[in-house]
Design a protein around this ligand. Sequence first.
Ligand SMILES: Cc1cc2nc3c(=O)[nH]c(=O)nc-3n(C[C@H](O)[C@H](O)[C@H](O)COP(=O)(O)O)c2cc1C
Length: 405
Amino acid sequence: MRRVDRAGTEVPGVRSGGRGEEGDVKTRVTDMLGVEFPILAFSHCRDVVAAVTRAGGFGVLGAVAHTPEQLDVDLKWIEEQTRGGRYGVDLLLPAKYAGAEEGGLDPEAVAQLLPVAQQQFVQEILRRYDVPELPADLRDGSERNALANVSAKGYGPLLDVAFAHDITLVASALGAPPPALIGRAHDAGVVVAALAGTVTHAERHQAAGVDVIVAQGTEAGGHTGEISTMVLVPEVVDAVAPTPVLAAGGIANGRQIAAAMALGAEGVWCGSVWLTTEEAETHPVVKQKFLTATSRDTVRSRSLTGKPARMLRSAWTDEWEDGASPGALPMPLQSALVAEAQHRISRAAATEGSGAQKLANYFVGQVVGQLDRIRPARQVVLDMMTEYAEVAQRFADQLSEEADA
Ligand SMILES: Cc1cc2nc3c(=O)[nH]c(=O)nc-3n(C[C@H](O)[C@H](O)[C@H](O)COP(=O)(O)O)c2cc1C
């Protein structure tokens, strides 16, 4: 991958690999991105993105819920904080969603499409768990816009902002990136990544011209398929060779990075591990739940977005699994349906023993079971790389001992 700056000049050093210093891990992905370590961090929180980039990894800002104005502010901030460090932007570009034929729905149209049964069910949950109303000044319905950006109408302005900044990578989930996006990225020397939960998704991305495929196993937090990382990664690596693959889902320490590299990945893409970092803006009650949760405490549920997404199991997910549930609506209607309820739950969850505290949850993967302390994001990166180096050394020692025997 040739990387050029906005003026079309090739950026020195990147074509030939990262900084090439001792301790760096060199793969085709670190070469493409010009980073020291093959750790990509997905986060909605700009502080995490900047901290990971500063630590030698590569931060990717999840921008699906941003307005274009917020995105511009956050990208400027990341650029200042990292002093020109490498980072990326991620958007959800689903192939299938309600209103796809029209290029997306405006908030009024979304409100019209919310069936009475589902609206009543949400109100009933809030009533039974005694979740207070929002104060009048917060009742403006603005949360309804959540996930409106999954449509072409919604993400276009976000991409304009992203490409006006010095991004190194643009990533998309839930569908292959459209040809116009791939063309625009390549013209600007920006690497295109896309998430895949099956070999078929990965092949589709490769045919579309994606540069890096993120093979994401079912263990992952957020929207996820049914195949485990252990099975998916080598399948995808073989199917799309020579396109480089990152492993995602269930990776939060150096041993898991070593496993991913053994499966043929050229780096890892992690989401859950950042949610309990010092910098993360995770709701304090949810952060506490994450710190005590076990790897059995997540569930794939449609209850927040309408598509199956892995999240912490809570009274909220249990209610939607219950026989009395009318079932979730398709994306993006479910997000619009539950947005105000989620806002109410977040505001009330701080009260010890409250119903809102029982309902509170968030997207997280099965590695939540190993997230048992709060660390700075930089420390997470360094801990991961130290452990990875120990494993790599152990493998090397085992081989040489065998040769000596
Ligand atoms: C809180 C949260 C939100 C996520 N939202 C998105 C998203 O908007 N776009 C996306 O491409 N992936 C999203 N993901 C998935 C991550 O990009 C990543 O693939 C996943 O977290 C990797 O598995 P892990 O959670 O086991 O680290 C999200 C994950 C989490 C935990």
